[in-house]
Every structure is written in structure tokens, then in C-alpha cells.
Design a binder for this molecule. Sequence first.
Ligand SMILES: Nc1ncnc2c1ncn2[C@@H]1O[C@H](COP(=O)(O)OP(=O)(O)OP(=O)(O)O)[C@@H](O)[C@H]1O
Ligand SMILES: [Mg+2]
Length: 251
Amino acid sequence: MRLLETQRLKKYFGDTHAVDEVDFSVTQGEVLALIGANGAGKTTLVNVVSGLLPPDGGKIHFQGIDVTHQSIHQRIEAGIARSFQLVNLFDQLTCLDNIALPIFSREKKTRRLMALADKDRAVREEAMEVLQQFGLAPKAAMVAGGLAQGERKLLDVAVAYALRPRLLFLDEPTSGVSTREKAPIMDIITSIVRSGKITAVVIEHDMDVVFTYSDRIVVMHEGKILADGSPDEIRRNEQVTTTLLGTTVAP
Ligand SMILES: Nc1ncnc2c1ncn2[C@@H]1O[C@H](COP(=O)(O)OP(=O)(O)OP(=O)(O)O)[C@@H](O)[C@H]1O
Ligand SMILES: [Mg+2]
């Protein structure tokens, strides 16, 4: 079933056609990799779909409902969540409180925000459970600013996950971490996504990660979709390999 569908979605910045009449769709239950060179338009597409930026044209349907003009909060409520290319954590707050915040917000308990997780047992327990799923429970009381880079990336994904979305966009969840750390991060993310029956769109530059973890790959190039297919189809697509992948794809 189609979870998300865009029709001729458009976002221009002056002369830059960042997203250029894009028809993009996400099927329920898949882990979809969104790839493309720097500046291809990946983050802009996610920004427009998640409601951070208004489109200049086109339509966005989520679960069959037109959300093109909905606010970011309405879209979160409908089930669209995202993480950011640069992590978006409260460094002075503990890991537990970073997770408690989206739960409070989801539960509309924001008047209790100042008390944070300590004062609300249900929220604290749920936040602990989320930290546990992401392997971060031992760091619950540590301030987020004290985490290693790989743990920061995981916590950032956990914050978006705590909103209990149906569709989760992850903008480069393994960027800035060592190659050795990437697989454990993606193992955790994909197992949580699959066990939670969430659909995920992962923007990623590392082709080993892309081909190992995704069910389908969408390739963007200069604001347009260049290719869309299974990892095998994308691997065999000459246009993709010459314009984008170069020699980085394993034969
Ligand atoms: N807020 C903005 N104002 C002006 N131009 C922008 C803005 N955001 C993005 N762009 C431009 O739009 C194009 C697409 O950028 P975008 O960030 O979506 O690419 P990307 O595929 O996410 O690249 P990367 O892999 O480097 O993150 C680029 O040319 C970029 O410079
Ligand atoms: Mg980007």
C-alpha cells in the first residue's frame, strides 16, 4: 500500500531547482534509501514532505489524505517524523529527557515540560524503553552533550522514533561516524523499524550501507528522480553507476 505519494512536487531556491516536479512514493513497511550527490535535493524533498518548508507546487498525499498545506505539527500527528542531517539534540539535557520531550509533546503534556521525565512515571518508563531499544539505557542520566558521535546519532533517531511515527525520515543517520560504527547503528535502526512495523526513508551516502539495508532505492539528481528500483536494479542501472556511483559499488 502506498503510504506517501508526491505529485509534481516542486521547491525552488531562486534559480536552483532543488526539487523539480518530483513524483516520489513510499510503500508501507519498506526501508527506502534516498541517494544522490551533494546538492541533489534529498534534504529539500524531506523538508517539504515533513512540512518544514512549503512547496512551490505539487501535491503531497499521506495515507490518502492531502497534507500539502498541513503544518509540521499536523503532519507529526498524522504520523510523519524525521531526524536532521545535523543532530538536533538538547546537549544540556540528559538522554532520558531528550526522549521525554517528544513523548510529552505527543501526549500533549507540554504544560509539564519544565518538570521533564522525573515527574511523570509513564513518560519516564516509555523514554527508558526507547533508550533501551537503541542501546542507550546505560547513558540515560548522562547529558546528551557528553555522548560519543555514534551515540548522538542514535539518540537523534530515537527522538524522532519516540513520536511513534508511521513514516520516519532519517537524514544521514550514519554521517560523521567511523565506517566501523556504521553497521551497528544501521543494525539497531533497521531492526527497530522492522519490529515496530514502521516505514523508513533513509538518506545515505555510504553505498555499502545503502545496498546492505534497503529494500528499494530512489536516486535523485539535480532535483529530479533519476532512478527508482530494487538494490539489484539500481546496481545494474548504467545511468546511475556512471552519473553517481562511480566505482564505489561492489560488483
Ligand atoms: N535554504 C536554502 N536556500 C537556498 N538554497 C538551498 C537551500 N537549501 C538547499 N538549497 C540548495 O538546493 C539544492 C539541494 O540541496 P539539498 O540540501 O536538498 O541537497 P542534498 O541532496 O540533501 O545534499 P547533501 O547530500 O549535500 O546533503 C542545493 O543546490 C542547495 O544549495
Ligand atoms: Mg542533505
